[in-house]
Design a protein around this ligand. Structure first.
Ligand SMILES: Cc1cc2nc3c(=O)[nH]c(=O)nc-3n(C[C@H](O)[C@H](O)[C@H](O)COP(=O)(O)O)c2cc1C
Length: 209
């Protein structure tokens, strides 16, 4: 699927509220010709059907074909793996992309990642990025947060993980939900060091360069 010159990112959708963030991020990555290794938990499929009216197939191959069709992207840019696909590149430090985003990230997946559990491919892929000292970003969503959630986030932040709660700002004067989603996705693209023109940068709203 990949060559060494193409930018690659692992993206995981888990079962927290916030499917529109994940969907928009996927669109933006593909638009920049980033190869996306996509992992989708079974709870994430439920959330996508609930929040986004998108029914993602449980079969990785079918899901991949479905997404390529829906997003009109070149097939080589998107690869979907199942939760037990231990032979996928993301399962090994020898082949995994160095960047991974879990968006949205449930507190369940947060806990598993914080404790080094690798019972499914999402947890394993995050574990690999951690051990290889890559970049891991978790877009956690829950409210309120209990002490367990906070401890897990602190533990991971101390390991260099970027905890980016799904908490959009309002200072860009959003006109609707899409603007709130774009606020989060813009910050994610910034952290991934990818281009973004979704939201003007602070101090540049008037078009200054
Ligand atoms: C519609 C819906 C919304 C949910 N929202 C959240 C949420 O915001 N945060 C969270 O931690 N869990 C949420 N959950 C619960 C998780 O999906 C559940 O704990 C699941 O086991 C997480 O599994 P996963 O991490 O493998 O995706 C939600 C579930 C559903 C069906």
């Amino acid at each position: 699927m990949s060559d060494k010159t193409t930018r690659q990112i692992t993206l995981a959708f888990t079962g927290a509220s916030g499917a529109p963030y994940g969907w928009r991020l996927l669109q933006c990555l593909l638009a920049q010709q980033v190869q996306v290794h996509l992992l989708i938990s079974s709870a994430a499929r439920v959330v996508f059907a609930t929040e986004h009216d998108i029914k993602l197939s449980a079969a990785p191959d079918k899901c991949q074909a479905q997404l390529v069709e829906m997003l009109q992207c070149p097939p080589h840019l998107l690869k979907v793996y199942g939760k037990d696909d231990w032979f996928s590149p993301v399962a090994s430090g020898s082949a995994a992309p160095s960047q991974m985003v879990v968006c949205p990230c449930s507190t369940g997946s947060l806990a598993a990642i914080a404790n080094g559990a690798s019972e499914n491919l999402i947890e394993r892929a995050a574990d690999v990025v951690l051990k290889e000292r890559g970049q891991l970003i978790l877009v956690v969503r829950e409210s309120p947060l209990n002490a367990i959630h906070l401890e897990h986030m602190l533990k991971l932040a101390r390991l260099g993980v970027t905890i980016m709660p799904a908490a959009p700002g309002f200072y860009h004067q959003p006109k609707g939900i899409e603007d709130l989603v774009d606020f989060m996705v813009a910050r994610l693209l910034d952290h991934l060091e990818l281009e973004q023109q979704l939201v003007p940068r602070w101090g540049y709203q008037g078009g200054a360069s």
